[in-house]
Structure formats: structure tokens, C-alpha cells
Design a protein around this ligand. Structure first.
Ligand code: FMN
Length: 198
């Protein structure tokens, strides 16, 4: 089947990271479409090595406390002093969008499919979320940072230490008038046409 015209390519080029997003967020039906797009990612062995944790409303506020506590624990673990500013930033950072999806790579412990491939599948799912959101007219941003690599944050969403947080995907409406231009990618130094040595 040929996918319609330039729609996908347009969405790929138009997708830009937008740091501050506002209401409206995707509604439940749109979120379902977005998460189904995520679950269409290529997935070697059909292991479904992912989980999508949705944070909206009060859950988002409560998860801010998880992020703040994990920041305090990280600082204490190295014997440093927390900064009030950073603590508040951790507590409130999820407020940068009305909806956040944590994309997790869940390790299926397969003998055939290496963990790196499961991680890549979850990364492809994250990209599908960005593209589906773009196609539906929403802004998005993929973020990580120290919380993504903190076992306390993983445990708070039911992951264990052999799983991974691939990203915190922020979703919402872009602020009007602050759109970034579509990508104009430069392939210089990125592409080679391999030829057999003569
Ligand atoms: C795995 C991953 C992690 C990222 N983490 C962050 C982040 O923590 N903070 C941030 O500002 N951007 C983050 N980004 C977004 C990139 O900075 C952004 O995609 C890049 O600047 C290019 O901009 P564009 O998305 O508009 O093309 C991340 C992207 C990826 C793929």
C-alpha cells in the first residue's frame, strides 16, 4: 500500500521541539491514536518492549514530587547540597506541557533479540508519538536529563534497573506565532555511497 502523498514526509519535516506547550492537549481519543502509532513501531521478535506512562492533571503534579525527591537523593548521594532553584525546577518541570508520556523500554530478556534492539524499538515508538502528534496538529518535545537515568524514577513507574526510560514526551498546543521552520536537513558528511575496493 502506498501511503498518501507527502503526508508523512511533511510531518517529519515539520516536527520541531517546542519547549513550552499549552492547553489543549490531545484528548483521550487523540491520545489513543498517538499511542497506537507508538505501538506500530518496528519491533524485532514482536516483543512489545515498551510501556507508555501517561501523566495528566493531578498525576503530573504528583510526579513532580517524584522528580524533586529523586533530585534530592542524587545530590545527597554525592554529598552535595541541593539548590532551591533546581529543586523547584524538578518539581515543576512537567508543567511545561499539559500532557506528558513517559516512553519506557521494558527489557524482555530474550535470548534472540538483544537489549539494544529492544531499546531501539522503544525509541522508534517515541518518534512515532512525536510524528503522530505533529500530524494531529500538536506540538511536542522529547526530553531526558538525569531523571531518565535515575533508578528511583524508574521504580516509581514500575520499571526495574534493567529497563530504561527512553524519554519524557511533552505534548500540547504550540504557542501561536512561535513556530519553528520545518527542517532543511544537510546531508553533507552524513551519506556515503559505498563501492567495492578495486
Ligand atoms: C534521546 C533524546 C533526548 C533528548 N533530551 C532532551 C533534553 O533533555 N532537553 C532538550 O532540550 N532536548 C532534548 N532532546 C531534543 C533535542 O534537543 C532536539 O530534538 C534537537 O535540539 C533538535 O531540535 P528539533 O527536535 O526541533 O529537530 C532530546 C532528543 C532525543 C532524541
Amino acid at each position: 500500500m502506498k501511503v498518501g502523498d507527502a503526508g508523512v514526509i511533511d510531518a517529519i519535516r515539520a516536527r520541531r521541539s517546542i519547549g513550552r506547550l499549552t492547553e489543549p492537549a490531545p484528548d483521550d481519543d487523540e491520545l489513543r491514536q498517538i499511542l497506537e502509532a507508538a505501538a506500530c513501531a518496528p519491533d524485532h521478535g514482536e516483543l512489545r518492549p515498551w510501556k507508555f506512562v501517561v501523566l495528566r492533571g493531578k498525576a503530573k503534579d504528583a510526579f513532580g514530587e517524584v522528580l524533586a525527591d529523586s533530585y534530592l537523593a542524587r545530590v545527597q548521594a554525592i554529598g552535595a547540597s541541593p539548590s532551591d532553584g533546581q529543586l523547584e525546577k524538578e518539581r515543576t518541570k512537567l508543567g511545561r506541557a499539559p500532557l506528558v508520556v513517559i516512553v519506557c523500554a521494558v527489557n524482555r530478556h530474550s535470548d534472540e533479540i538483544p537489549w539494544v534492539e529492544q531499546l531501539l524499538a522503544a525509541g522508534a515508538a517515541a518518534q512515532n508519538i512525536l510524528l503522530a502528534a505533529t500530524a494531529l496538529g500538536y506540538g511536542s518535545m522529547w526530553r531526558t536529563g538525569p531523571p531518565a537515568y535515575d533508578h528511583r524514577v524508574l521504580h516509581a513507574i514500575g520499571l526495574d534497573d534493567r529497563d530504561a526510560i527512553v524519554g519524557f514526551i511533552y505534548l500540547g498546543a504550540p504557542n501561536a506565532g512561535r513556530e519553528l521552520p520545518p527542517h532543511e536537513p544537510d546531508l553533507e558528511d552524513s551519506v556515503e555511497y559505498w563501492r567495492a575496493p578495486v
